[in-house]
Design a protein around this ligand. Structure first.
Ligand code: ADP
Ligand code: ZN
Length: 723
């Protein structure tokens, strides 16, 4: 009988599979996870296909599959998904597969071992040993750690007693990652609008099949409560649910709300899970033991046994775009996964992406609308502060009008939030004597003054130095001045303006741990702070019942940097942040400090006219052929040597296949021309919407010379960032 040969995809940066012989006693089918030799090492791969006609000349040189792993096979829908994502993003299939195989260290689970006392007497007695025996005298089993902790001894003491037989070991069962959720645990009383929306979503899930619903509701309208009804229906039907969140670190509130509604916490998936938990979660997902997973974008690649619904919360959020390795957009790929495996997808947002808004307008997505805040709360009233005429004195950043409004809120014992999307103390440090600006040696950027850390830091590469005491150029001493504000500087100003107020600064660089951040957010929600000063860390999804004023310190910050999505992003961000105000009590108010109150984004925010923003933005995109009316891809060439990068960029342009539907722009120096010592050039490729831009790129790049040395080419289809 002829030996069987299979093609195995391995998680390295390659598109093609490798062929292996199947040992006679091994049963293998496509999807099986296997260990195979690759070069000098062993790696885990996945059988992608049978190979009925292996090349006979190579046959004898083929290596054998080492082993089949004892995990469920990757289902055809996940394998198709890997192929699809790779084909669309141009990331190699191996790299995409790698995201699906990020299971950490599988293999036999380390058993949790417990101990209990026996009748054996210790050979010698010490105070430490006595404490252990006393702690266990009740006869109950404890884990070794618990026993050691309770008796305040080291693990060695416990192990010593085990060796002498004084303690016996017992294998403890692993605690389950998630108990069964109860879809009827605590159903809310819905308003009429919520009821209609919940019914629509429930029906969608009940009918099954691929559909996309855009749950479009103002901040505070109860979107979460409403999509929980879809989740409940999916649980009743026995399928798995994935809820995607832009930043899992910030979703403590979500886990609690889920537990409140369903009686148990869902399983979590994100990059900071400890390896053991990662492995257990991966396996439990594959064995259909986890009904609901809440995760960051990478949760999209888990090997669900029976996924029946994906909810993408805050679907407009830019954090869904992965910018390194495989460049993919998790919201778009969630829709793809739904269409391949034929189940419903729900996108939720108060400020839908322009893409989703257009899809809803054209009827490709079904819009489910929640027009009002729950419980009669009002959307905040937005008031502009014209910094040209009403600005603060020089060197200050909080205008008198904003300061007065904050003061009033504080006197009423309510909370206020000052928002500035800039970490650190000041974005620029300048020598007053000669004008020298402190720059990063590796990047085309200024160093940001971080006073809490007492360092100047590069936000692109992380380089940092202590603040210089003398100017390296003119040698003046004590001549450096901080220019512009960051949250730390605002803190200083606010402490001056509002003495006695309890102020908390929330900024990602000040976050020591996720637990700490979660505790701080709880403190805010429970009113232990009066004034929060924060970056976009505070913009997302939090519910602070006593927060009634939001001041946007620099509303213009994200505009006018040549980024085609600047207007959309600014609108979404400012709408979200001001939406934190007045979610429960009274009427919230948002202040926008701006130099351009007449800008369409500011006007739409001030008038509370979301439609005006979308209308304006959609018309503009249609006119210029920007997404979603056209397709974009960006190619970034980078190298240590500037000329090498530019030359390769030019070579690429000269090799671009001629096609009148495609425009290739560049190479142009990227807006941030040097990052981590690498010079960067950018090509922008534009095509009509109906055009297969990924196919074009693939043909083009196949003909391009291989990148050599430290030259790098990054391909970003549907780019979100343009720096
Ligand atoms: P969104 O996600 O649309 O901003 P949320 O789902 O966070 O809104 O709801 C805002 C607040 O209103 C939350 O505290 C939520 O618990 C509460 N809420 C919404 N709908 C109801 C309801 N039907 N019954 C009780 N509380 C509700
Ligand atoms: Zn740098």
């Amino acid at each position: 009988m002829a030996t069987r040969v299979v093609d195995v995809l391995v998680p390295v940066a390659l598109d093609q599979t490798y062929s292996y012989r199947v040992p006679a006693e091994m049963e293998l089918a496509p999807g099986d996870v296997v260990a195979v030799p690759l070069g000098a090492r062993d790696c885990v791969g996945v059988v992608w296909a049978d190979n009925p006609n292996p090349n006979p000349r190579l046959h004898n040189r083929l290596k054998d599959v080492d082993a089949k792993l004892e995990v469920p096979p990757l289902k055809p829908e996940l394998r198709s998904f890997v192929d699809w994502v790779s084909n669309y993003t141009l990331a190699s299939r191996g790299m995409v597969l790698r995201m699906a195989l990020r299971m950490g260290d599988l293999g036999p689970m380390r058993e949790r071992v417990g101990v209990r006392v026996t009748d054996v007497k210790p050979q010698r007695m010490t105070p430490a040993r006595q404490r252990v025996i006393a702690a266990l005298a009740d006869g109950f089993v404890r884990s070794k750690n618990e026993a050691a902790q309770e008796a305040a001894v080291s693990a060695g003491v416990v192990n010593g007693l085990v060796d002498e037989g004084v303690l016996a070991t017992v294998v403890l069962p692993l605690e389950p990652l998630m108990r069964a959720p109860d879809p009827d645990f605590r159903k809310p009383e819905f308003s009429l609008a919520q009821l209609a929306a919940a019914d629509a979503l429930r029906t969608t899930v009940d009918q099954g099949g691929y559909t996309v619903s855009l749950l479009d509701g103002v901040t505070g309208s109860g979107k979460t409560e409403v999509y929980f009804e879809a989740v409940a229906e999916n649980i009743r039907r026995g399928h798995q649910t994935l809820v995607l969140m832009p930043e899992i670190a910030l979703t403590a509130g979500f886990l609690d709300r889920f537990a409140h509604r369903f009686g148990v916490r869902p399983a979590e998936w994100h990059s900071q899970l400890p390896p053991r938990r990662r492995a257990r979660t991966w396996e439990a997902v594959a064995k259909n033991e986890l009904p609901v997973v809440v995760g960051a974008r990478s949760a999209l690649f888990l090997p669900y046994a029976d996924l029946g619904l994906i909810v993408v919360d805050e679907e407009h959020d830019a954090a869904y775009k992965q910018e390194d390795g495989a460049h993919y957009h998790a919201r778009d790929m969630a829709v793809v996964r739904g269409s391949i495996a034929k189940f419903p997808v729900i996108l939720a947002s108060a400020t839908p992406s322009v893409e989703s808004e257009v899809n809803a307008r054209k009827g490709r997505y079904r819009r489910i609308h929640l027009p009002e805040r729950f419980g009669g709360a009002h959307l905040p009233h937005i008031e502009p502060i014209d910094m040209r005429t009403e600005g603060p004195p020089r060197g200050r950043f909080i205008s008198p009008k904003l300061a007065e409004a904050v003061q009033i809120v504080l006197e009423k014992r309510e909370q206020a939030l000052l928002f500035l999307n800039r970490r650190g103390f000041a974005p620029l440090t300048l020598c007053r004597a000669c004008g020298f600006r402190v720059q990063c040696p590796n990047c085309d950027s200024w160093l940001v003054d971080h006073r809490f850390k007492r360092r100047l830091v590069c936000h692109h590469c992380g380089y940092s130095v202590p603040p210089p005491t003398e100017c390296p150029k003119c040698h003046a001493t004590d001549s450096f001045a901080a220019v512009g504000p960051g949250v730390e500087r605002l803190h200083q100003e606010a402490a001056d303006l509002f003495p006695g107020a309890r102020i908390l600064v929330l900024s990602s660089d000040l976050v020591e741990s996720i637990e700490r951040l979660r505790a701080e957010l709880d403190d805010v929600a429970e009113g232990r702070f009066d004034l929060v000063i924060g970056t976009q860390l505070v913009a997302k999804g939090h519910h602070f019942p006593r927060l009634n004023l939001v001041g946007i310190v620099d509303a213009d910050l994200g505009l006018g940097n040549g980024d085609p999505r600047a207007a959309e992003r600014t609108f979404q961000l400012l709408h979200q942040v001001t939406g934190r105000a007045g979610r429960e009590e009274g009427r919230g108010v948002g202040y926008l400090q701006t130099h351009q109150p007449e800008h369409p984004v500011m006007r739409a925010l001030i008038m509370g006219d979301r439609e005006a923003f979308y209308q304006n933005e959609i018309e503009q995109r249609e006119r210029t052929g920007y997404p979603p009316f056209g397709r974009l891809a960006s190619l970034i060439v980078s190298a240590g040597d500037k000329h090498a990068a530019e030359a390769y960029g030019r070579t690429l342009v000269s090799l671009a296949p001629k096609d009148e539907q495609v425009r290739v722009l560049g190479p142009a120096e990227a807006p941030i021309a040097v990052v981590r010592g690498r010079h960067r050039y950018r090509l922008l490729v534009k095509s009509p919407r109906a055009y297969d831009l990924s196919g074009y790129l693939r043909d083009w790049l196949a003909a391009a010379p291989k990148t050599k040395g430290n030259l790098q080419l990054e391909v970003d289809v549907d780019p979100m960032s343009f720096f």
